[in-house]
Design a binder for this molecule. Structure first.
Ligand code: KMH
Ligand code: ZN
Length: 274
């Protein structure tokens, strides 16, 4: 089994300091959280950025500022900027970080409910995202929030509308209104990805660690972080993303799985460092 790649989703677009005062907004706070996660064992940071007041933004300038500052502290980390942004943003707005030529970026695989909202990812939108990623040689991380998202993206890859093999999937399970975070659902998704693909699982909220455990044993990779879950355990807010990553590292150790460095993750994901 390959070593475990841990991704830290350090910021997100929806969570706030009112929910956990350690959620980062400023460039300095984002760097602090990225470093805490990398120091704890994360090979990848999935990045959203905010204005200083916490407003989510996809501004190219703000992404550049944050990315440059993170690389100063963590020169080897793999960064996966979000092209999901926040609910309600246009495709062009969301695509701005792809102009910075990151190694990878997320590509969301279909429209879905998102709590009270609708997260829009129609196939015409996804074609625009896929074209941009092919033009800029960015490897997508295919975010599937729903079972049907997997069928959609496999269909589009077959038609050459989005980058194909080897594909990297992130199964984000437990968003309110989307596919629940059960081992059965995860198993169905993993059973239906093309041979040679890699995958990560993200359990939302209280499912962060209950989904991490089977994922570690099934040979998948794990994403944790404030974007997905603010608690280290029931009733205990996490002090940093590093604390959440460290818990996954301890679980992996108990289960006998090694932790991948960023360079080992690049090999596993067939990435070329820029
Ligand atoms: N903020 C969510 C609506 C992504 O990063 O690509 C979408 C999201 C997915 O976080
Ligand atoms: Zn995200």
């Amino acid at each position: 089994m390959d070593k475990l790649i841990i991704t830290a989703a350090i910021c997100g677009a929806e969570v706030t300091k009112e929910q956990n005062p350690n959620v980062p907004y400023t460039v300095e706070e984002i760097v602090r959280e990225a470093k805490s996660a990398v120091d704890a064992g994360a090979a990848i940071v999935h990045l959203h950025v905010r204005e200083d007041d916490g407003t989510p933004t996809q501004s190219k300038a703000r992404f550049k500022e944050c990315i440059d500052a993170i690389y100063k502290e963590c020169p080897n980390v793999i960064l996966i900027p979000s092209t999901g942004g926040a609910v309600g943003m246009s495709a062009e707005e969301r695509l701005q970080p792809t102009e910075l030529m990151p190694e990878m970026a997320t590509l969301d695989c279909g429209t879905c409910n998102f709590g009270d909202d609708i997260f829009d990812n129609t196939m015409p939108m996804m074609r625009i995202f896929g074209k941009r990623m092919m033009e800029n040689h960015i490897k997508p991380e295919y975010e599937c929030f729903e079972m049907g998202h997997l069928d959609t993206i496999l269909h589009m890859a077959k038609k050459g509308e989005v980058p194909g093999a080897p594909m990297q999937f992130n199964f984000v399970l437990g968003v309110l209104g989307c596919t629940p975070a059960t081992v059965g659902n995860l198993n169905w998704l993993v059973s239906n990805i093309p041979a040679g693909s890699t995958w990560t699982a993200t359990g939302i909220g209280r499912h962060a660690f209950t989904l991490a455990a089977p994922t570690i044993m099934m040979g998948g990779n794990v994403r944790v972080g404030f974007e997905d879950n603010l608690y280290l355990e029931r009733g205990v807010l996490a002090k940093s993303n590093g604390e959440l990553v460290d818990k996954v590292v301890r679980m992996a150790k108990e289960l006998g799985r090694g932790i991948a460095t960023s360079d080992e993750a690049r090999e596993i994901l067939s990435l070329h460092k820029r």
